[in-house]
Design a protein around this ligand. Structure first.
Ligand code: ZN
Length: 71
């Protein structure tokens, strides 16, 4: 089900879903986790945000990421 909010898989930031935010955010589909999103800030700061997003998802989400599991 499409959410009302985009949630960044890297920093946990939430933003209301909309045309503008949808275009600015990074999106990728993962077979295990479905749709994953990265906020514009994380997308900017990580050139390999897609890899980081999948790694974070497999480690249990933004909290695991911020603990540096896959820093
Ligand atoms: Zn982010």
């Amino acid at each position: 089900m499409a959410g009302l909010y985009l949630t960044c898989g890297l920093c946990g930031r939430k933003q209301a879903d909309g045309l503008l935010s949808r275009n600015a955010w990074g999106h990728m589909a993962d077979s295990q986790h479905g749709q994953l999103q990265a906020c514009p800030t994380c997308k900017e700061s990580h050139s390999d945000w897609e890899n980081k997003l999948v790694s974070a998802a497999y480690e249990g989400g933004p909290s695991a990421y911020s603990q540096g599991a896959y820093a």
